[in-house]
Design a binder for this molecule. Structure first.
Ligand SMILES: [Zn+2]
Length: 98
């Protein structure tokens, strides 16, 4: 199907590995963790492990999928939108004339 990566449970996370890696091969995940591709399919429960965020990011970048959650501008701009600018009262300071 022209996919370059597949997902594989490894050390408590689901990592992405190259589809070129065959069972028994020594390689590494997309997040650069060394691994040996297991010869038998991992147990079903392993597939419930959380997705490795690094592999997810690399994979999305490769596939041209925007990362999730989608960046909504820069974090600092969000803070600016959320917080109303503190305004001092517009009343002029009374001048005490001698
Ligand atoms: Zn990973």
């Amino acid at each position: 199907m022209g996919r370059d990566f597949r997902w594989l449970p490894h050390t408590g996370r689901r990592h992405a590995i190259s589809t070129d890696l065959l069972p028994g091969d020594t390689g590494q995940t997309l997040c650069a963790l060394p691994l040996i591709v297991p010869r038998r399919s991992p147990p079903k429960t392993d597939w419930c492990w959380p997705t490795c965020p690094d592999c997810d990011l690399h994979w999305r970048r490769h596939e041209g999928i925007p990362p999730y959650p989608r960046p909504h501008g820069h974090p600092s701009t969000q803070a600016l939108q959320g917080a109303p600018a503190p305004r001092q009262s517009t009343t002029p300071t009374p001048r005490v004339s001698p």
